[in-house]
Write a protein that binds this ligand. Structure first.
Ligand SMILES: [Zn+2]
Length: 700
């Protein structure tokens, strides 16, 4: 940390307001950012901690379409859910903004205008897919088609989620608009590009990238590989109707690229915070926003997940640099991904541990999750959350080491000294006890030094391990001296040992502040030692003799097998329902083995006319049809409710397997089967004669 740094502006990635928050988000950037900020504050630094909802971008509009509401309704709904989850887990933002705010629109437009007036952008006309029915250009995500690589018919214009290939919309076979289903056409459109290749060559940018040397290897590696490949110009505007309108002539129907406006959201949120009347502003030496963004005395630190590295370490700095008045990030501590039980966390597949659900199943146990997520933080490579590991870490570390130590000390003090901090009359003299005391002091001092070093270097996983080592040293001290036995022969030495142990408890309450804020406060209350500060970690005495201790409560509950099994069962069910929705695919050119004509002739296929159709209650996929075969009417159940509305089928001629043995489904006897055409992923189409023909006619 450079000497001229007077204040810190810490940001955490703006989450998309299109869904609730899960453990991957928490571990990826919000928790590490919060721990770092709490630490900076603890050592007396001036910090502003900024986050907010990213309310623009295509995922929001897609979610709105899916839920049948407006984008504004989507963001209003999730902004509240996300804000609450962060608060519950103690993520202590100075301010949580929204990119739909007026200040943000003005700030982002002003920023764009500044670069535009300087002639930074290159205007380019490109051809993009346009939906003539919906009368709009289609974002990559709005185009679906067949993946040229694996044949998945549901690939998106930017990626095939089945085989993972990155795609361009024009790569797709049979592209279709996700808005109207129409075949899109290529149409010319003008957009404004940031010439990243040119900016890369400027001396100012070359000077900036020297900072990468001090950054984590995963970020340095990713950035250097882009820079070596050479950067391409990227459009900073998009043909979309949801976002910040482009503030220049001839840009009707265009908005700022979401990755242009989102990082500016940090600036807008800072402005809103500093102009507001939050009590925390009183602690700041300046509420002038420029001091936080345009003054070299400020250190700008962006906490993000690895999918955002290029935007924060390269594109946003290029924007700030070409604007000219802003400081550049001094660090971008990005984390890798957190996986869940052997699989990638996925919002769309519901493969996640949702924070709002965790709070229901594990009430008042937020610190346990904070602890486990920091223990396994994906700081340098991907890591994995499993419920079994969660149980082990909580039970064998928080409960057995930390919680148990504190509890033993407080219970003994309650028993021997009626809950008062003992007054020590004589120092230890037994060489064995003295040796244990010295070893404990050394070990605690060593851990506190390492704790500080690691926090400073944002190695939070290692830092937290040192915190537990302090409790471990305390436990060892008790095990080596056994005050519960010694009390029968040497009461004076026991007073010294428990006095020492209480000081360690007090140090733990301080050292817990960044990691386990709820526990830290609980423990301080139990010790009646509220208001201790970080610099006291190296003091010998934190709680004075004669102090009345509070009630000894259990800091952490054991995580029981049933609690874990319930979570595992839930995930198993999700996995099962996911695999039902995505059946194993069969390639179209695989033909079944030959059959004889006699085999075929066993089928009695007839033309039928659907005369009634209704949904089957509690069965999402089934329709109950009454089909007229001319000579009789049949009840037939068909799994096509996802593809046909009942009313669409009435009057339709279909092909019926008339001699299929009747079968009971959901208590209803199905007397035949309809023939349907379709591959294993898309819509099914009923197969019937192309001309009106009387029901009962044979199909042969
Ligand atoms: Zn594919």
């Amino acid at each position: 940390m450079s000497n001229k740094i007077k204040r810190y502006l810490v940001t955490a990635a703006l989450p998309y307001a299109n869904g609730p928050v899960h453990i991957g988000h928490l571990a990826g950037c919000y928790l590490p950012a919060d721990i770092y900020v709490r630490y900076l504050k603890a050592i007396g630094k001036e910090v502003v901690f900024i986050c907010g909802s990213d309310e623009h971008g295509v995922p929001i509009t897609i979610k709105a379409k899916k839920e049948g509401i407006t984008p504004q309704q989507v963001v209003d709904k999730y902004d509240g859910i996300m804000k609450n989850a962060f608060k519950e887990f103690g993520i202590n933002f100075s301010y949580y903004g929204r990119t739909s705010s007026k200040t943000h629109h003005e700030t982002a437009q002003g920023f764009f205008r500044n670069l535009y007036d300087k002639g930074v952008f290159k205007e380019e006309v490109t051809k993009q897919y346009y939906d003539e029915e919906a009368k709009q250009f289609l974002a990559d995500r709005y185009i679906t088609g067949t993946c040229p690589r694996c044949g998945n018919p549901g690939a998106y214009g930017d990626q095939c989620e089945k085989c993972g290939t990155a795609l361009s919309p024009t790569d797709l076979i049979n592209p279709k608009s996700a808005l109207s289903g129409a075949v899109p056409v290529l149409k010319e459109t003008k957009n404004w590009f940031l010439p990243m290749g040119e900016i890369q060559q400027t001396p100012a940018f070359q000077e900036y990238i020297k900072r990468f040397e001090d950054w984590k290897s995963n970020i340095k590696g990713q950035c250097n590989s882009w820079l070596t490949e050479g950067l391409q110009s990227r459009a900073m505007t998009r043909d979309l109707d949801w976002g910040v309108p482009v503030p220049v002539e001839g840009a009707d129907g265009k908005v700022l690229y979401v990755w242009f406006d989102a990082p500016i959201g940090y600036i807008s949120a800072t402005k809103e915070y500093l102009a507001g009347n939050n009590e925390s502003l009183n602690a700041l030496s300046t509420t002038n926003w420029q001091d936080w963004w345009q003054n070299e005395e400020t250190s700008l630190v962006h906490f993000i997940g690895k999918d955002n590295i290029v935007f924060h370490a390269i594109i946003f700095p290029m924007m700030l640099l070409t604007h000219g008045q802003y400081i550049l990030p001094s660090n971008v501590p990005a984390n890798e991904f957190l996986n869940l039980e052997g699989d990638k966390i996925s919002t769309s597949r519901n493969w996640a541990v949702w924070l709002h659900e965790y709070l229901v199943d594990f009430p008042n146990r937020q610190d346990e999750l904070r602890y486990v997520l920091t223990s396994i933080a994906p700081e340098t490579k991907d890591s994995e959350f499993t419920w079994k590991d969660y149980q082990t870490r909580v039970n064998s570390e928080l409960v057995s080491i930390f919680g148990n130590f504190v509890n033993r000390v407080l219970v003994l003090c309650d028993k021997y000294y009626a809950g008062l901090v003992p007054t020590v009359n004589a120092v230890l003299s037994d060489p064995k006890l003295v040796a244990a005391q010295v070893a404990c002091k050394e070990s605690v001092a060593k851990s506190i030094a390492a704790l500080n070093e690691n926090l400073q270097a944002i190695k939070l996983r290692d830092a937290q391990a040192e915190f537990i080592n302090i409790a471990r040293a305390g436990n060892k001290y008790l095990a080596d001296t056994e005050p519960w036995k010694l009390v029968k022969t040497d009461e004076e030495s026991v007073k010294q040992i428990l006095f020492d142990a209480l000081q360690i408890c007090a140090k733990l309450s301080v050292a817990a502040q960044p990691f386990l804020p709820h526990t830290s406060a609980n423990l301080a209350n139990m010790l009646n030692a509220q208001g201790l500060v970080w610099s006291q970690l190296t003091d010998a005495v934190l709680v004075q003799p004669g102090t009345q201790l509070g009630k000894a409560e259990i800091l952490y509950k054991q995580v029981e097998d049933e609690e874990i099994n319930k979570q595992l069962l839930r995930l198993e069910e999700i996995k099962k329902s996911n695999s039902e929705q995505a059946p194993v695919t069969k390639t179209l050119n695989e033909v079944k083995p030959h059959i004889s004509y006699e085999d075929f002739d066993k089928l009695d296929l007839r033309v039928g006319k659907v005369i009634e159709a209704e949904k089957v209650p509690k069965a999402d996929k089934l329709l109950k049809l009454t089909v007229d075969l001319g000579f009789e009417q049949r009840t037939i159940l068909s799994g096509i409710a996802e593809y046909y509305k009942p009313e669409e089928l009435i009057g339709k001629l279909v092909t019926v397997v008339a001699n299929l043995a009747p079968r009971k489904i959901r208590g209803i006897e199905s007397q035949g089967m309809l023939l349907m055409a379709g591959n294993d992923f898309g819509k099914l189409y009923s197969v019937g004669p192309e001309q009106e023909i009387e029901p009962g006619s044979a199909v042969k």
